[in-house]
Write a protein that binds this ligand. Structure first.
Ligand code: 13P
Ligand code: SF4
Length: 299
């Protein structure tokens, strides 16, 4: 399968992009592996005609919005991020009415329709920087309450209004399950994704995006880490640091949508050019504005 994928990639001038939560065998064959911000930048700069995006719906959609002339394929079009939909109808309009100067800051884990109603997109690796850079005092942060709360703790000078959305996988990581691992491995540092609940983030020695967690573990002189995010990051952590130990809380957090990105599916979509990501042109043009603003402010 790997050989066939290689041949098809050359034939079609295609590249494979994978998020760190994709299965290990998919990360292995990918041309680019990274966090959401890195993958959005790479998609925009790519010279490929075809991008096979091994992630979830909002990631493939963002790539298509940024690169309308490229064919963007997803190994499984049903791979979705439940949090991307978690803003109640009418809520954004209501906030805009309530605060005349409000900026709607939209986590990239969101549908194109939500991006269309937003001023700027962010990812977990640039949210603090971008919120600080905005001139607005009032910020409506959608859809993730946990990343929103994390940003609010880092930017106390602004009024950050939270929305009640969250990632079900990170929300399932309990402080008790993390404390149980801490008890067994007393020297281990706790590294958390900001999508975790506040009582878990309180236990963290470091909080950051998937790429920031990976960079932190590599640079650290510590040799044991408790990882509070999806298990896919384990592949890169262990290949970068074979001498270090990584533990996940029990049950191990798994995003089943990310695991729909299998080698079989990658090969099939490359062969048949099926599962094309399509975005209505009017929606694309509007959703592009907050994504481009993110790329500019996040530089
Ligand atoms: P990152 O931007 O940190 O890779 O996170 C994406 C995501 O879906 C986290 O659950
Ligand atoms: Fe969405 Fe959570 Fe899966 Fe990330 S881990 S893609 S936020 S459901």
């Amino acid at each position: 399968m790997k050989k066939k994928i290689e041949i098809l990639k050359k034939e079609k001038n295609a590249c494979i992009m994978a998020h760190y939560y994709a299965p290990a065998e998919v990360q292995e064959i990918a041309d680019y592996v990274g966090d959401s911000f890195y993958l959005a930048k790479v998609a925009k700069e790519s010279k490929a005609d075809v991008i096979v995006f091994c992630g979830v719906g909002f990631m493939g959609e963002s790539a298509k919005i940024l690169c309308p002339d490229k064919t963007v394929l997803m190994p499984d079009l049903t791979a979705d991020c439940p949090m991307a939909h978690m803003v109640k109808e009418g809520k954004i309009a209501q906030m805009r009415e309530q605060y005349s100067d409000i900026a709607v800051v939209c986590y990239i884990n969101s549908t194109a329709e939500l991006k269309c109603q937003s001023d700027v997109c962010v990812t977990s690796s640039n949210a603090v920087k971008i919120v600080k850079a905005l001139p607005n005092q009032n910020i409506f942060f959608i859809p993730d309450r946990n990343l929103g709360r994390f940003v609010a703790s880092q930017v106390p000078e602004k009024n950050i209004i939270l929305n009640d959305g969250c990632c079900p996988i990170h929300a399932d990581i309990t402080s008790a399950s993390v404390k149980a691992v801490m008890e067994k491995h007393k020297e281990a540092l706790v590294l958390c994704h900001p999508e975790c609940e506040p009582e878990v983030l309180e236990l963290a020695d470091f909080s950051g995006s998937t790429a920031e967690i990976i960079d932190y573990a590599k640079a650290s002189t510590a040799s044991e880490f408790i990882i509070c995010t999806e298990d896919g990051v384990g592949f890169k952590l262990m290949s970068d640091n074979p001498e270090k130990k990584f533990y996940f809380p029990t049950p191990c957090p798994v995003c089943k949508d990310m695991k729909l990105n299998t080698l079989e599916n990658v090969l099939r979509v490359l062969e048949n050019e099926e599962n094309k990501v399509e975005v209505d042109e009017k929606v694309r043009e509007r959703a592009l504005l907050p994504l481009n603003k993110m790329l500019e402010l996040g530089k």
